[in-house]
Design a protein around this ligand. Structure first.
Ligand code: AMP
Ligand code: MG
Length: 402
């Protein structure tokens, strides 16, 4: 049995990044950058008005009201490119270039046009620099604004668009084969007969793998039969970057996943982790394909997928932040730890009246209770050998991807 941190370290060291590919910007959402993004222009590219109003010289409007002659108009996209002299003003719109000679913009609400006379009265003085964003104040041309390994999210898209990345280099999506094992399983469209249940793990793993950026192929359900498992595993590893199985890895008489892997010559990196739930998790490689043998219990699947398999899938895409980010919250109720094993316990996050983030441990029937688990948004991390953590204590949590 190895500690969770060691198991994650092994996943990190055994996984390599796949090739990069170029995708159109509108397909880049949720992918991982495979190139640094460099500003090809200053931002703003010129001194830009932040308000609709009048470009003025601050020194001209110290005493108000101040009458100035309107000598031009600078609109977004159509600037006024002359020298503005003392005693003059230029009507200006938000986003338009500030003419040279002007050093401030007074907002239109604090001005009054003198009808027909081509004059404007500035009703309040402004200090130099008011309502102007100076050229390159936000970003200087040539600066690196995003880095290879960063996640592309909706907030990132404007940056990519603004610097002309019509095509973006991203990590290739890993192809994942998913295989549920267990002679009790029937597919979702079947009515379970006596002693049977519907498979849910294939769909759970498919969902999490897609959230992690992978393309997913669900293999036919496999019974508890070493020969059948070997056949499906051998075929699947031929065409996937990772194979993720569930079930058949504990100590039962019909737990054949590990036997099948070993008979196929898999290199096993670990097969027992000091983790609750999820102790019998297997990590191996056959040829170039990584294999995750997750336990059968649906909650263990969610925990072990997100600790280990997700990490590998994100490394494959070049992520520099492949693991779940540790955060903290206050416990809404005490939790029990486990001797020798680190726990990742399902929890619901909420805030109290004071705005403190609370983690409420889920009341559940154990790692098979996926109906209770459906309300989970995070996992509470209890170190190994900690008997109890009292209510209100600060604990480490990880949020589940969604
Ligand atoms: P195992 O690790 O194969 O012993 O499975 C542990 C528990 O998880 C058993 O109760 C199984 O019936 C259940 N289980 C295994 N695979 C699945 C699956 N694909 N979907 C739902 N439950 C499963
Ligand atoms: Mg089983």
């Amino acid at each position: 049995m190895i500690p969770v941190a060691d198991a994650i370290q092994i996943v990190l060291s055994q996984t390599s990044t796949l090739s990069a590919e170029s995708v159109p910007l509108s397909d880049a959402l949720a992918r991982i950058l495979a190139e640094n993004i460099v500003a090809d222009t200053d931002l703003p590219p010129f001194d830009r008005a932040q308000m609709d109003g009048y470009a003025v010289r601050a020194a001209d409007v110290v005493k108000t009201p101040a009458r100035l002659r309107i000598v031009g108009e600078s609109a977004a996209g159509v600037g006024w490119h002359n020298e503005m002299n003392t005693g003059e003003a230029v009507r200006i719109m938000t986003g338009a270039p500030v003419p040279s000679g002007a050093d401030a913009v007074q907002q239109v609400e604090l001005t009054r046009e003198v009808n027909g006379a081509g004059l404007v009265e500035i009703l309040e003085s402004v200090e130099a620099g008011r309502s102007i964003v100076r050229q390159a104040q936000e970003i200087k041309r040539g600066e690196t604004v995003l880095r290879a390994g960063d996640d592309i999210n909706a907030q990132t898209i404007a940056t990519l668009a603004s610097f002309g990345y019509a095509q973006v280099k991203v990590g290739r999506r890993p192809h994942v084969a998913v295989m549920a094992t267990g002679s009790e399983l029937v597919d979702v469209d079947q009515k379970p007969a006596q002693d049977q249940i519907r498979d849910s793990n294939n769909y759970t793993i498919e969902a999490y793998a897609k959230l992690a950026g992978a393309t997913v192929e669900r293999l036919p359900l496999a019974g508890d039969d070493t020969e059948q498992l070997k056949k499906q595993i051998a075929a699947a590893v031929e065409r996937s970057d990772a194979l993720i199985t569930s079930g058949g890895v504990s100590m039962g008489v019909y737990d054949f996943t590990k036997a099948a892997l070993k008979e196929l010559g898999a290199e096993i990196f670990f097969e027992r982790v000091a983790l609750r739930p999820g102790k019998p998790t297997v990590f191996a490689r056959i040829g170039k394909t990584l294999v995750f043998g997750l336990p059968g219990n649906p909650v263990s699947v969610a925990v072990t997928f997100n600790l280990f398999a997700r990490t590998a899938l994100r490394i494959m895409q070049g992520s520099t932040q492949p693991t779940l980010r540790p955060e903290t919250a206050a416990l809404a109720r005490s939790v029990k730890g486990s001797a020798e094993r680190e726990s990742y316990l399902p929890a619901i996050l909420r805030t109290d009246e004071k705005g403190t983030l609370l983690a409420e441990p889920l009341k559940w029937g154990g790692s098979s209770d996926f109906v209770a688990f459906a309300r989970t948004t995070a996992l509470i991390n209890v170190p190994a050998d900690v008997k109890l953590i009292e209510k209100e204590k600060i604990v480490r949590i990880v949020k589940l991807p969604n």
